[in-house]
Design a protein around this ligand. Structure first.
Ligand code: PLP
Length: 400
């Protein structure tokens, strides 16, 4: 059975009524037959049938055993970090999602958790950073926004040999392209806000593991700390997941076309997309992913911040917004948006140059996306022509 068929088969028909769509159990509590005697549900923070159905679907999709749905991706990440104790160490990928960076450094460091950041595209960097206190290795692959790839099975072997857990944030690839648990990871997390939901209409997070005792701990934190996903939001994620394979297929087709177009554009300096042969981790991406995903980043020749600003403000189909993974194409300028709070030198050292532009490629027709980008390039070119000595003094750029 193909993956898409298997996924749709895994979504249960309601036993009570035959409803083909999963019912939304919008209830806080469940009537008990006698004290402590119930039908498996007593209170919706602890367990809710709609959420439980989502958790079962995503656990299967990620080739794990236990799934837990949270109120956001960050709440899911938070539940995993709670597996650690005072004095334990995390080794995390250096271009980690900004919200995870803030959680690790501004919340968990004050509770005595030690975090080290390394470039995870070279597994030996992780190996070299491990100490006897290291309990958790945290990677994202592909990363945001420069799309670096980490070799999940190589890192899983290092984790296992050193008694650490490996957690992979699989938000960018989605289980349609990559199953970290199959490659040896212990835990997978998602911002289901992105590809799983797929329609930019819900904030949600997921944890999946195949290890029963880790799963029981995560479920314990879910109930004890309470950042659960609501029944209606659980339903929205289920509804999004139903078309995951179809959407991701189109995201990938479009992204490859756009990446190749950008690579040949005279105003573009670098293109970051793992599906390009020029990408430094292209071979690993090819090995561990079914395709290369829907996010493409690029920088402009001469790396001018103001021109990038003009570019992202002058597309029509690509809407200027944070986030990714939805059916509608989005454009963002990390130096001015997601990465604005990072000091410029640190940001540039992490590969996020002044003119870096990130595209979340939607499921529109590729030709229309290219026309939209071409119009923005023409506009930027017209500014360059109008401005004398532009590349000697960026401050002289005038926009009418
Ligand atoms: C968006 C995102 C998160 C955070 O998820 P929220 O649902 O916004 O809380 C975590 N990791 C990655 C890679 C993301 O893109």
């Amino acid at each position: 059975m193909s993956n898409a068929t298997q996924l749709l088969q895994s979504i249960p028909v309601d036993e009570l009524t035959g409803a083909l769509s999963v019912p939304i159990y919008q209830t806080s509590t469940f009537v008990q037959e006698a004290p402590g005697v119930n039908k498996g549900y007593d209170y919706s923070r602890t367990n809710n049938p709609t959420r439980a159905t989502l958790e079962k679907i995503i656990a299967e999709l990620e080739n794990g055993k236990i799934g837990a749905a949270f109120a956001s991706g960050l709440a899911a990440i938070d539940a995993v970090v709670k597996l650690l104790k005072y004095g334990d160490e995390i080794i995390a990928v250096d271009d980690i999602y900004g919200g995870a960076y803030r959680l690790f450094t501004q919340v968990y460091e004050q509770y005595g958790i030690v975090i080290k950041f390394v470039d995870a595209s070279k597994p030996e960097n992780i190996f070299n950073a491990i100490s006897e206190k290291t309990k958790l290795i945290w990677i994202e692959t592909p990363t945001n926004p420069t799309l670096k790839i980490a070799d999940i099975s190589a890192i899983a072997k290092i984790a296992r040999a050193n008694g650490c857990l490996l957690c992979v944030d699989n938000t960018f690839a989605s289980p349609a392209l990559q199953q970290p648990i199959t490659l040896g990871a212990d835990i997978v997390v998602h911002s289901a806000t992105k590809y799983l939901g797929g329609h930019s209409d819900v904030i949600a997070g997921i944890v999946v593991t195949k290890d029963e005792s880790i799963g029981a701990r995560i479920k314990f934190f879910q109930n004890a700390c309470g950042a659960v996903l609501a029944p209606l939001d659980s339903w929205l994620v289920i509804r999004g997941i139903e078309t995951l394979f179809l959407r991701v297929k189109q995201h990938c087709i479009n992204a490859q076309i756009v990446a190749e177009y950008l690579e040949n554009h005279p105003l573009v300096d670098k293109v970051f997309y793992p599906g390009l042969k020029s990408h430094p981790n292209h071979n690993i991406a090819k090995q561990q992913q079914k395709n290369f995903g829907g996010v493409v980043s690029f920088s402009l020749k001469n790396d001018c911040l103001k021109l990038a600003e003009q570019f992202v403000s002058n597309t029509k189909i690509f809407k200027l917004a944070e986030s990714l993974g939805g059916v509608k194409s989005l454009i963002s300028h990390p130096a001015n948006m997601t990465h604005k709070s990072i000091p410029a030198e640190k940001r540039i050292a992490a590969g996020v140059s002044d003119s870096l532009i990130r595209l979340s490629i939607g499921i529109e027709e590729a030709d229309d996306l290219i026309n939209d980008l071409e119009n923005a390039f023409e506009y930027v070119q017209s500014i360059i022509w109008k401005t004398e000595n532009l590349y000697h003094d960026y401050a002289t750029i005038k926009v009418e």
